[in-house]
Design a protein around this ligand. Structure first.
Ligand SMILES: *Cc1c(COP(=O)(O)O)cnc(C)c1O
Length: 434
């Protein structure tokens, strides 16, 4: 065991980690349901679904079965010139749930690449149509879309990437209108953000290829929630000016907000949607960028020049597709959305209680996600309080990782009521150390 950590520390470069100051990683042995088990018998309640990926629970027997059955048949297919049943089934069953003409599914392998594909598609759509001025994008303050160069460009409002400024492409950032329990000034902030959008369009709307937003919740930006009406109005304004609308549902998709997809609650359908994380129930890397028919049609031509020049080695991986199909079936079989409704009710009760807590501000709930900010805490991704709390919670058996001064719960849907009560108690106890 000590040897494992020593070898890790000698050779591994972990993501989003300052190796000089952070504690050694904890070695996990296995995981089941909502619990992670360490090599030395530690039990940790996974309250952030392992980076927002796990939906039905760790090591779900049906998901495991789907992987092994597909592995017996075929684990890899080159996806240009070949196809296979799990991918076709996934594409047809997902598009039948998405509405309007969101019918054309492009496969890649993580959330960032799903965003890259959406950006390239939007950009090339206008090039193919001969409207060559439409080359820039609109994104939001606090928005996050992944770590590759295009995704960093539209996610520069997250503040993580200022070092790379010179590498990034042309993006206009708009204010985002967050809201929370007991918020009385939301409408004013929404109006301000919409006005900013309109004046941005007046300054050159014909130069904008697309708008990209995380509908209902900005995840990495600090679990900032907005009203469905805000998303709806933004989309309508974009439509009036021929700006394509990209919804990044990489985090919010697959039930996190209470519906299978967040946009179902907003009454609008985007032109392109990005899905990953919960897509494979959190077990295998895969992502999708789904486009409307009218977009796909513009890429047709007699030679390759109008085609989309994109593809990855593991595009349309059959193991991942089999898992995604199984996961969709589990949403029905286990009445997952109903369970999410119960988690939401329980969160709402706890959030109402938090309204009066002296160390808490802006408590908020959407679907399975509960969040609040620390009152009077330092800002920034690595504020002292957030690191201190993260280590404290882990020592107490909770995987809770604050985002700057935002503390949140994003549990897998299999979490039991007793585990949820433990989580609330543990969460509160942690605030006492501040
Ligand atoms: C996590 C995330 C991404 C990036 O996904 P990766 O798989 O980490 O590349 C993109 N957009 C949103 C909204 C996310 O939460």
């Amino acid at each position: 065991m000590n040897d494992l950590i020593a070898r890790d520390e000698r050779h591994i470069w972990h993501p989003f980690t300052q190796h000089k100051t952070e504690c050694s990683p904890l070695a996990l042995d296995h995981a089941k349901g909502a619990v992670l088990y360490g090599l030395e018998g530690e039990e940790i309640l996974d309250l952030i679904s392992s980076w927002w990926t796990i939906t039905h629970g760790h090591s779900h027997p049906k998901i495991n079965q789907a992987i092994s059955e597909q592995a017996e048949k075929m684990s890899h297919v080159m996806f240009s010139g070949f196809t296979h049943e799990p991918a076709v089934t996934l594409a047809s069953s997902l598009t039948s749930r998405l509405g309007e003409d969101l019918n054309r599914v492009f496969f890649s392998d993580n959330g960032s690449t799903a965003v890259e594909v959406a950006l390239k598609t939007a950009y090339q759509y206008w090039q193919n149509l001969g409207q060559e001025t439409r080359k820039s994008f609109i994104a939001f303050e606090g928005g996050y879309h992944g770590d590759t160069v295009g995704a960093m460009s539209v996610g520069k409002g997250s503040g993580f990437f200022s070092l790379y400024d010179d590498l990034l492409c042309d993006v206009h950032l708009l204010p985002y209108a967050a809201t929370w329990l007991g918020d009385e000034t939301c409408e004013q902030r929404e109006q301000k953000a919409l006005d900013a959008f309109i004046s941005c369009i007046e300054g050159g709307g014909d130069k904008i290829a697309a708008l990209i937003i995380e509908p209902l919740i900005q995840g990495a930006g600090g679990m900032k929630m907005c009203s469905p009406a805000f998303i709806q109005k933004l989309t309508e304004i974009a439509r009036e000016h021929d700006i394509l609308v990209i919804f990044d549902e990489v985090m919010v998709g697959f039930g996190r907000t209470g519906s299978l997809f967040a946009h179902e609650q907003c009454g609008v359908v985007p032109d392109l949607i990005c899905l990953s994380k919960g897509l494979t129930a959190g077990t295998l890397p895969m992502s999708l960028t789904i486009a409307r028919d009218k977009i796909f049609d513009v890429f047709l031509g007699q030679d390759f020049s109008k085609a989309l020049a994109h593809g990855h080695s593991f595009t349309g991986n059959p193991l991942a597709c089999a898992v995604a199909n199984c996961s969709l079936a589990l949403f029905e079989e286990e009445a997952t959305l109903e369970r999410i409704g119960e988690i939401r009710k329980s969160h709402e009760k706890f959030a109402t209680f938090l309204l009066d807590h002296p160390k808490v501000t802006r408590p908020r709930v959407t679907g399975s996600i509960l969040a609040f900010d620390l009152a009077d805490a330092g800002d920034g991704y690595k504020s002292d309080a957030s690191l201190q709390l993260r280590d404290h919670y882990l020592a107490k058996g909770f995987n809770i990782r604050p985002l700057g001064n935002c503390i949140y719960l994003l549990p897998p849907y299999c979490i039991e009521d007793a585990q949820l009560s433990q989580a609330y108690e543990g969460l509160l106890a942690g605030l006492d150390i501040l």
